[in-house]
Every structure is written in structure tokens, then in C-alpha cells.
Design a protein around this ligand. Structure first.
Ligand code: URA
Length: 477
């Protein structure tokens, strides 16, 4: 038996060098072995026989090299042997890699697929936690990949979070990004990473509030989010309880009567002339009057399917106005803006930016909830440009009455409502834009966009930018 020593579990170059030498020396797969640690005689435990007479340099298909680089990251102990067996067989069977039903080829392809899946799961399930150290903000994650994919996957995080300083610690090694250079370090242990941070509460609150018991498919959920990753996912702590309660909650949802139209609306409508907002020269002179008039608005058809119009709320002379898109399902029922999941994200971000929501006038570009029924649910639909234009009459009235100095727009619809033109929020976000009434507009993303980012680290990065935008709005006041 000839044994080659490799520098580490993922030492592809070492394996390649040794496998090449084995093959040139005519060492059959069953007589060749690999282990981690230096060989007694350089690479090998004992000298190899001289190259077999007539042994010539050989080449292997590029597809094999690519496959071998993946398979070597698999945690199985016999991966080096499998790869050498394939290499050996390629000598007599140059088209071997095309025979996907061959047991060795199928085995290697299966292991490469597992590795690729582990890398994909790493991108999805790494959860950074924020700490402060001498150099400032540092995002640290503890992760236990199913296979040794840290080095392969770390460049993804460097590309995605270029502006953040982060470390990913794993039992196989650590990756560290300082904003310029990606460095790899020795294996780490769980206690080297922070256990919790403030983001955790935000994320758990959101996860619980969006968990729809009626759509629970436990098998599919565990397929996408395998149990082995749960212990390092903050939201996974909630899953057993949410699953246990789901049957009861579903029954309650199904048997609950359809919500009554809002009593306040019924009363208002009975008092009002539905065409009042179109009366010649009608201009609301107070926010209360505006609120009443919106209930009778027929400027576009959205009033028909909504429970009520939802106007802005906040101090009548607020210096800061925040404009969202339109009321969502919960806002439509409650009659108040931003009281659902997006509102909770907004509240936490405002808090972090040092802004008291009670000092802000919070409103929407469109005052009625646009949606379409889907079973028992009402699915949000984006308002059209025509609907935003029709509703601008009310938004302008709110702006005239409140006279904010700074208006933060959340998402493209809000920006369209305030600026009267289509904008690419990503291009124009984060800088004050002068408005004709002397106020400044500051564009940023909508909080529900943050909720939809599946990747934890991406979400954390985007959320930091959102908070930074709010802080900038505060500095403009
Ligand atoms: N999304 C919005 O844009 N506005 C709300 O009031 C709620 C959710």
C-alpha cells in the first residue's frame, strides 16, 4: 500500500500531485491511499516505484477536474479514493465522465451535488450578529456547514457585503473580510461568536407575524430549511410552537366571520355627501376634515374594495413626514397607517435611528388598500400610476396642512406620489432632493422589501442602509 500525506481536508493541489504520481508509477487504486498530515518521505510514506516504462504524461477532461474540486469538499472519508479510482479508469475509458449511470461517476456527481447544496444553504442560513470592537462595527456569524464549503462560499459574502466588516466562524475554519481582503483562519468554536443581538428580536417578530398557519407544509419547510441548520437560526426557535399552534389558529381563521366593515366608516359615510370631495373649491382645512373627506373619495375605483380610506397620522405640525405606498391588509381593517408587519419593521428602524414615531407624520401615497382576493386572503397589489396621481390630491393636502421640512419616501410608489415622476430609488436614495414647497425629500426603500430578502446577511446589510437613510433624514431636520 502506498499512502500520500495531504496538507488538509480540502488540499486539492496536494491530492492532484499525489494522484498524478501514483498513476505515473502505475499504482493501482486499491494500492493507493491518502491521509491528512505530511508523508514520511515528503509527499509519500514510502518511495513510489519509478514511473512504469512507457508511462507518458496524461491529461484528463476539464469536467473531471471541476468535479474533483467539488467532491474534495465532501465530508466523506473515502472521497480521495473515489477520485483516484476515476482518474485511474480515465486512462482506459477516456469518455467515462459522460457515462452518468456508471456507479463511480454517479457517486461523484451525487457528492458534488451535496456540496453545492451545502454552499447554497450556507448563503441562505448564515446569520450575522453585530458587535462593536476597537475598529467599529463587526458582523460575526457562527455556521456549521454540512460539507467543507467555507472557502468556496466566502467570496460570495465578500461580493455581497463589500462595505461591512464580517467574520464567518465554522468548525472547519474562519473567513474574515475587512472591506478589502478576504482572509482565511483556523477552525473556531461556537462560543467565539456572539449569541444574540438586537436584530434578533426584529427578525423573530417578523417571522412570527408572517407565519401563515393555513399554509403550513412541514415536509416542504424542512426540505428547504433542514433541521441540521435550525440550532443556529434564531427564528427556528419559534418553529415548534408555531407549528403546534397552527391547527388551532387555522381553525379559528376559518371559522371567524368575515370582518365587519369598519364602524367608523359606516358612521362617516352616513353623515357625508359622497360627492363632497368634488364640490367646487372644496379644500380640507384640517386633518380631521381631510380624513372624513377621504372616506367619500371616488377619484379612482380603489374605494370599492377597501374597508375604508386610511389617512396619515401624527403631529399636525410634524417636521418629518414618512410616506409609504398604501395601507396593507391590517391597516385597511384598523384604519391606521403602518400597524402591520411593515409597520413593526419601520418602528424598530426609527427607534434605532433615534427618531420617535410619535414625532413623525406617517402616511401613504394611496389611501385605499388595493388587493385581490386569493382564497381567504387579500393579496396586496401595487397601485397604478393613475391611482397614485388621483390620490396625490390627498397627499398634497396633507403636505399643505402639516408642512414637514423633510419627507422620507418608502419605495418607488411613495417616491412617485411625492415627486410626481417615476424614480429608480436605488439611484436617487439617500440624498436630499429639493421640493417646490421648500421641503426636502429623501428616498429610501420600503420596509416590506427588507422583509422579503431571503438571505439573512443581505437583509442585515440592507436594513443597516435603511436605518442610515433614516438617520440622514433626522440630520436634515
Ligand atoms: N405598507 C405601506 O406602504 N403602508 C402602510 O400603511 C402599511 C404597509
Amino acid at each position: 500500500m502506498h499512502v500520500a500525506g495531504l496538507d488538509g481536508e480540502t488540499d486539492f493541489d496536494g491530492w492532484r500531485k499525489a494522484a498524478r504520481a501514483f498513476r505515473l508509477a502505475g499504482v493501482r487504486p486499491e494500492r493507493a491511499g491518502f491521509r491528512i498530515g505530511p508523508g514520511a518521505d515528503g509527499l509519500f510514506d514510502e518511495s513510489l516505484p519509478p514511473p512504469a516504462s512507457g508511462a507518458a504524461a496524461f491529461s484528463v477532461p476539464q469536467s473531471f477536474v471541476g468535479l474533483a474540486q467539488e467532491v474534495i469538499l465532501h465530508r466523506s472519508g473515502d472521497r480521495f479514493d473515489l477520485l483516484y479510482r476515476l482518474l485511474w479508469r480515465l486512462g482506459d475509458e477516456p469518455d467515462l465522465m459522460k457515462i452518468v449511470t456508471d456507479p463511480d461517476v454517479a457517486d461523484a456527481l451525487g457528492r458534488a451535488k451535496n456540496v453545492s447544496r451545502a454552499s447554497h444553504k450556507m448563503k441562505a442560513f448564515v446569520r450575522f450578529r453585530q458587535v462593536e470592537d476597537e475598529a467599529g462595527e463587526h458582523w460575526i456569524a457562527w455556521f456549521e456547514p454540512a460539507h467543507r464549503v467555507l472557502e468556496k462560499t466566502a467570496p460570495f459574502f465578500a461580493r455581497r457585503f463589500t462595505a461591512m466588516r464580517w467574520s464567518i466562524l465554522t468548525p472547519d475554519g474562519a473567513a474574515y473580510w475587512d472591506g478589502q481582503v478576504l482572509a482565511l483562519g483556523p477552525p473556531a468554536t461556537r462560543d467565539m461568536a456572539p449569541a444574540e443581538d438586537e436584530m434578533e428580536e426584529f427578525w423573530k417578530t417578523y417571522y412570527a407575524s408572517t407565519f401563515n398557519p393555513a399554509r403550513l407544509k412541514t415536509r416542504a419547510m424542512q426540505g428547504e430549511m433542514p433541521r441540521r441548520y435550525w440550532k443556529n437560526l434564531p427564528e427556528a426557535a419559534l418553529i415548534p410552537e408555531l407549528v403546534a399552534r397552527s391547527e388551532v389558529r387555522t381553525e379559528a381563521m376559518v371559522s371567524a366571520p368575515a370582518p365587519e366593515p369598519n364602524a367608523r366608516l359606516a358612521k362617516t359615510l352616513s353623515r357625508m355627501n359622497p360627492d363632497r370631495s368634488f364640490e367646487e373649491g372644496f379644500v380640507p382645512s384640517t386633518l380631521a376634515e381631510l380624513d372624513q373627506a377621504v372616506q367619500a373619495c371616488r377619484r379612482c375605483p380603489l374605494w370599492r374594495d377597501a374597508t375604508q380610506g386610511v389617512c396619515g397620522e401624527g403631529p399636525k405640525k410634524a417636521k418629518l413626514m414618512i410616506v409609504g405606498e398604501q395601507p396593507g391588509d391590517q391597516e385597511d381593517l384598523a384604519g391606521h397607517p403602518f400597524v402591520g408587519p411593515a409597520g413593526r419593521v419601520l418602528d424598530l428602524a426609527l427607534d434605532e435611528a433615534g427618531i420617535d414615531r410619535d414625532d413623525v407624520f406617517v402616511t401613504n401615497a394611496v389611501k385605499h388598500f388595493k388587493h385581490e382576493p386569493r382564497g381567504k386572503r387579500r393579496l396586496h397589489k401595487t397601485p397604478s400610476t393613475g391611482e397614485v396621481s388621483a390620490c396625490r390630491w390627498w397627499l398634497d393636502a396633507e403636505r399643505r396642512l402639516v408642512k414637514p421640512r423633510v419627507i422620507v419616501t418608502l419605495g418607488a410608489t411613495a417616491a412617485l406620489g411625492v415627486l410626481s415622476r417615476k424614480v429608480a430609488v436605488t439611484r436617487e436614495r439617500g440624498r436630499g432632493i429639493d421640493l417646490p414647497d421648500g421641503a426636502k425629500a429623501l428616498l429610501t426603500v420600503h420596509p416590506s422589501y427588507l422583509l422579503r430578502i431571503p438571505d439573512a446577511a443581505a437583509r442585515a446589510g440592507e436594513r443597516s442602509r435603511f436605518v442610515a437613510d433614516l438617520k440622514q433624514a433626522r440630520s436634515l431636520l
